[in-house]
Design a protein around this ligand. Structure first.
Ligand code: ADP
Ligand code: MG
Ligand code: ZN
Length: 478
């Protein structure tokens, strides 16, 4: 068998995180009753006119700036004409000739750069819900008109693992930038895989197929592996690859042909006469650039250089924005980055695995984690007790200190340790002894306070007073 190179280009759709839809004022939300979140505009009823959502443009431009794209000063919305029941207008407002962003890309860990061709803004279509044979297929138009960014890569990707790494990095960038939530299980990020093979080392690209709407990394991997094998088998059997759109069936683990591949001129794109050309000034680009928050890569630098965390920790903590946000929140309460990182990476992420959530405060609030870390560092609690305390506090409203006290988890001093503290205090503040004959009670109270402070509250005050009463007269006699 000959050796082959795999060539992959991705088209990624990400729903933009605006409050309202892209051309009307319906809410941009997921999970509403079917067909309750639409209006004449997003249903495409005659006479309705689109009004462009400025935020959607801003977020797409922000994405472009995060990915090193060139921002087009002039950008045009076009009608992509097709008939399909998920889009009652019979055209989708999209961009072809003049998209908002051009070029850019993302670097993989290996140093390989995956180029982007473009990012454009368009409207999402409704959702078809396939019921039983007798009921047929139903249309839910709620999704219609939700702003959708389409990011198209150059065919630079050469394996399933590169494809997944690219998608993972892209997803993280969009989430940190705050432009998209990328909830793949809700269809918030979907990906089409264009794939071809060629003889190893050849510079001529083969004919590609396109697999549509893959919405998990696992699906992307399986679809790529299947399609690679299928194309190699076709070629080895002396057949030609037909350029076509294929549907991946994740249950069967197979893809099958849907239609022969359409070209952009099949859609008869033309500028939407209801929408103006979008102009973006240099000044507004700079304003959007300034609004880009800290991205994962910035936080990795902060964690390794400012907090001296190992790169390994920094990567795990920044893997999801909500984890990194929680870590930052804890760090504001106690300056112990490595200890916090250890607790998050081992204990909390273990709990997270079985209890998915989007805010680690739901597992254990930052104040409680910080209290455990501080108590442990100050030796007020032993390691096994700290672990037990952690388990008690998970998913509870209790307070760390109160539970530790109530359960008797705090370290208490043995007699010898207490005596050492008393001796130390008597030595350090020997001056105060001269008042003893005049105001003994006051002096005892003074030393008791010092012992409490030195022992970080672990000393028993009554025992301390007893010891002081025995010791002081002896010292004075000497
Ligand atoms: P469309 O799918 O709308 O016709 P393009 O022709 O621009 O759009 O290509 C879409 C995607 O297909 C891009 O991600 C591109 O990198 C990828 N692609 C183009 N040619 C090939 C090929 N020979 N093998 C694999 N991917 C390809
Ligand atoms: Mg395509
Ligand atoms: Zn609407």
């Amino acid at each position: 068998m000959k050796e082959y190179d795999l060539v992959i280009g991705l088209e990624i759709h990400a729903e933009v995180n605006t409050n309202t839809k892209v051309f009307c004022s319906c809410k941009n939300s997921f999970g509403e009753e079917p067909n309750t979140n639409c209006c004449p505009g997003c249903l495409g009823l005659p006479g309705s006119l689109p009004v462009l959502n400025k935020k959607a443009v801003e977020y797409t431009v922000k994405t472009g700036l995060c990915l090193g794209c060139e921002i087009s000063p002039l950008s045009v919305f076009e009608r992509k004409n097709y008939f399909y029941p998920d889009l009652s207008k019979a055209y989708q407002i999209s961009q072809l000739v003049k998209p908002l962003c051009l070029g850019g890309g993302l670097e993989l860990d290996s140093g390989k750069f995956i180029r982007l061709n473009r990012i454009h803004l368009e409207e999402d279509a409704g959702k078809l819900i396939h019921k039983t044979k007798t009921i047929g297929t139903l249309v839910d138009n709620n999704r219609g008109g939700i702003p959708l960014m389409e990011l198209v890569t150059e065919p630079d990707i050469s394996s399933a693992s590169e494809a997944v790494e690219f998608l993972d990095k892209l997803r993280r960038t969009l989430i940190y930038a705050g432009v998209a939530n990328c909830k793949m299980e809700q269809g918030g990020m979907r990906c089409d895989v264009n794939l071809s093979i060629k003889e190893k080392g050849s510079s001529k690209l083969g004919t590609r197929t396109e697999m549509k709407n893959l919405n998990s990394f696992k699906m992307v991997t399986r679809a790529i592996e299947y399609e690679t094998k299928r194309q190699i088998e076709e070629i080895e059997a002396g057949n030609k690859i037909i350029q076509q759109t294929r549907k991946w069936d994740d249950n069967k683990g197979k893809s099958y042909a849907m239609r022969s591949k359409e070209n952009s001129n099949d859609y008869r794109y033309f500028p939407d006469p209801d929408l103006l050309t979008v102009t973006i000034s240099k000044q507004s680009i700079e304003e959007i650039r300034k609004s880009i928050p800290e991205l994962a890569k910035d936080r990795i630098i902060k964690y390794t250089e400012q907090y001296n965390l190992p790169e390994y920790d920094a990567r795990i903590l920044t893997n999801e924005k909500f984890i990194s946000d929680y870590f930052d929140q804890c760090l504001k309460l106690t300056n112990r980055p490595k200890q916090l990182s250890n607790w998050i990476m081992t204990q909390i992420l273990k709990v997270l695995k079985d209890n998915p959530c989007e805010d680690l405060n739901e597992i254990i609030n930052a104040e409680n984690l910080v209290a455990i870390v501080d108590m442990l560092e100050q030796k007020e609690i032993t390691r096994p007790n700290a672990n037990e305390l952690f388990n008690i506090l998970c998913f509870s409203n209790l307070k760390a200190k109160a539970v530790a006290k109530e359960k008797g988890m705090l370290v208490t001093l043995n007699d010898e340790e207490l005596e050492n503290f008393v001796d130390e205090v008597l030595k350090n503040f020997a001056d105060a002894l001269k008042d003893y004959s005049r105001t003994p009670e006051k002096v005892i109270m003074f030393f008791t306070g010092k012992v409490m402070a030195l022992s970080k509250g672990q000393a028993n005050p009554l025992k301390t007073q007893g010891l002081l009463k025995n010791k002081i007269p002896n010292i004075i006699k000497e």
